[in-house]
Structures are given as C-alpha cells and as structure tokens.
Unconditional design. Sequence first.
Length: 573
Amino acid sequence: MEKADLLIKNTKVYNSYLKCFKPADVYVQEGRIFYVDTRQEETLSPDKVLDGSGYLMLPGFIDIHMHIESSMMTPVSFGERAASCGVTTLVSEPHEIANVMGVQGIHEMINGAKDSPIDIFYGIPSSVPSTNESLETTGGVIGFEEMKHLMREEGVVCVGEIMNYRQIVKGTEMEITRFLDYLREEEPQAVIEGHCPSLVGLDLAKFLYRGIDGDHTEHTLEEIRQRFENGMFVELQEKMLKPEILDHIIENSLFEHCCFVTDDTMADALLEKGQLNYIVKKAVEMGFPLKEAVYCASYTPARRMNLRDRGALAPGRKADFQLVKEEAVSGFEPDLVFKDGKEIFRKGREGRQLKPYGFPTEFYHSVHLEKIEPEDLEPKVQVKEGSVLVRVIEVSDGRTQTREKHVSMEVENGRLKWQETGCVLAVVLERHGKNGNIGYGFVTGDCLKRGAAATTYYHDHHNLMVIGADSEDMLTAARRLIELQGGICTVENGQVTAELPLPVCGILSDLPADDIGRMLGDVRRSLAGLGYEHYNPIMSLCTLGLPVSPALKLTDFGVVDVETGEVVELVVK
C-alpha cells in the first residue's frame, strides 16, 4: 500500500471548484495535498492520522492587501497571530518602513519574515513618498531604479498600491510612471495594485490604462459598479462591507472578481477581533454566502497574486488548511491550522514565542529631534490683531477621509486665540533629520476634546505629530516620544495616561503580539476618554497626515489640499 505523511480522516473538505463541502479523507505528502478521497476507501497508509470528525476543512486564508507595520508589530509576531486566525499567506506592502528607512527597511522586513510560521510575500512600495518631496518629508525615497531592483527580490509578487492617483490621471511624469512604462515593455504580466478613491469615468479609465487593475479603497455603489464593469479586481476591506456593495456582488455573481483583505489591522483589533477571519465573518453575518466567502478569502486572492500553488485543497496544492468545528463555522475561529502539512496553531496551546528579529542599530534611533520648546508649538500668522478665517480639518466618525471647514479665530499680538473655537491644535515636526520643518493646523469634529496625544506612527511619512487642547500637555506628549525614540501616547493634566513605545523606526514594537495589543488598547481607550469619538480613533489620528486621502491633511509642510495636491495657507485669504 502506498504511503502518505498525514491523513485527515472523516472531515468535510471545501472544494474550491464546486464551492461546496464534501465528506472525504485527505492525504498529505511532502507538504502538499496528495489525494482527496471522497469515497473514503483507505487506499493509502499514512504515518500520522488526524480525526476530522465534526470539522470542516477550509483552505488557509490569504490576505493579499495589508501592511504589517499597521499592526505596529514585526513580521514574526504578526505571523504568529495571523496563523491563529486561519491565515496561512500574506502579501504585505512595506511602504511604511520604506518611508522611514528606504530600501534598507524593505530588506529588513523581508529578512524579518523568514522565521514566521506562515508565508509572507511582499509588494514593491511604489509611492514613497506617497506624494512628493514638496508636500511631505520622508526618511527614505523609492525611485525607478530601486523599484527595478526590488522587483527581482525573492518573495516579491506584485507592485504595491500606487497612491498618487490624481497625478497618474493627469499624466504627470513621475518615478512610478517611468516604472509603469518599464513594466509594460518588460513584465506585462506583473500584478499592479492601485489606490484610487472616487475615480470614475475617464479618470478611472486612464488609471486602468496604465495597467493598475486592483483597488481596495472605500467607494460608493456607483464607483464599485464602474470598477467591476471595467475589469478591475476589487479588494473588500471592512469599511467596504456595506449592504448595497455586498448585494451588488451577490446579485451579479461577481465572486470571481473580488476578495477580502484587511489593509490595516491595528494591534488592539488583532488581539480582540482577529485578522482576515474577522472580515469574512462580518461579511457572512451581513448576508454574503458562506461558501462564496471562503472562496473569496482563499481561491480568488491566490489567483490574483499568481500564487497558483495554494488557495484550494486539491492534489499538488500546498497543504495549507484550517479545521473549524462544523456547528461554529460561521465564526471562522479554527481549532487547528496547518502550513505545508505541519501544525502551526492549536487552540488552547501556547504559541511558539519565537525570538524577536534583531533590526540594525540605526533602526532604534530614528527620531532625530533633540528637544522641543513651547514656541515650536505656536502657529505663526502674519496678522497682528483682529479676526481671521482659518482652514480647519474636520474629522467625522465612520470615515478616515476628512472635510475642509472654515472657522473664525481672533488674533492677539500675532497669535491665534484658538482655544475657545471648538478646535484643537495639531503640529507636525519633521523627525528624519532632513530639514527641521514644522507644520501647523487645526482639527475639529469627532476628535480630541481635551488633553493631548502624540504619535510617530503617522501615515505615510511618519513624522512626529502632536495634537491637543492644551499646549502644556502637547509639549509633554511630544517630549515623551523623543525620549522613547518613537511611539504613540496620550497626556492629560501633565501626566502620560497611556503609551505604546515603538522603538523600531518609530513605527514598530518587537514585543509579543498580545502585549502590543493590550498597550494599544489602552491608548485607544484613553483617546476615547479624551473625547475622540471615532469608530477607530487610532487610525483616524494616524491618517491625519496622509496627503493622498481627501480632503485636507497635515504634514511637516503644513495643510495639504489633497484635491489640488498643494500646500495651502492656514489663513483663508
């Protein structure tokens, strides 16, 4: 009788081609599925037998659009937590660390993933900086030559999200457009990920024409319709799980052309909710068919990234799978997870607690600010006395995009009297040691109401941003992050109330995943206690500086009008 390494006996296995579950015995040989025996005739002799009675056997989930740095974890810690969620493959785009350390940062993320229990592939950061060097200062820059070099790196499977979409459709010559021209000639089958909120009509066609045919950003139903009908692959993150969007996919049987992704998962959410399994669970709860949901969390993402050796449980495919109790399948919380036929997670068993990856010494000294004085947190205006109209960034719960609002403020001795206007002050200090820029702005809406918060995790340039209703608290918060060499913290009445140190490039911690999750949870709750009313206050706070997401954002150059791609005056003329 022929031998096999492993038999999963008496299970119900998900068939990706028929989109159904079939009773079967599944044999594994040398890390791959060898035989799915639906007749259960015991034709092979296994070295090890696992009883799958009462379980459904699902393919390992595959998250093809995410950023490990958004969890503030290193790749090994993230991989361990993702494995417990039934995820066996990730495609991460490390543009966050590239904004701090350039190509060296990308190489270190690739090297740092080698001890992960799951497969971590990478996309080339194509927008570092996300806009240009006249709108934001970064520690690293990725240009045409760097992209060509990175395309040849082992483990790179795609071009990461191209974020400067408005310049793309304008036809502006940039490093990324040079690279797109190169790919069209040299590697026309390359997978190219996009980022194009709100693009429709001719502008969307121009974007697709350049070969950028995937999008993961937030959209209206009409925008989604146009993406599907123009052949764009749609990646559904949590904020895209809207009834009208899911209904459109279901009614038109568009399952082949979409998948689920997480994009950004904060450490506290990863601890409390899970990873891709949480997105799939939520979609099913909203009416997405369970069998199609499994398909869109495994088969379609694998196909999108040309990972033809996984995503289905069939002969020759990788033995990446999870066992979920049949009566609790819609919860998508696996009891066991296997990668290449080896067990990597068992519920109730403590994780492997792998040794943290050692980054180069300079990665732990990336906040190049010696000290901050009170006058550094004072916005300057040309008017000496009177009243002026000020541009203000308005935060709204339920969205990371902002709005522009104009607020009247009194000026006394050249200083804005902002404290009684319903606005809080935000200041961005360039921390990469490039130019010493300081950008000033004001924020209102569903944001901080008292105290202060500061962060060096500040999309995507990751300069030091401090925001608050009290100047002394702001000073305390900013100085604390310099002392920590990066992190995120809150302050009230002169005292630090919660903090998460991020000593690796000012954006990562090498603590275990659960510790990071608990500390970030404390920061989130502290932000809420200070009046931040957003559904995700940490993400909202950290994206106030992202100058490719509408409408007003704040960088070290000042207030950026995302629509025009220009720095605008704080005072409206």
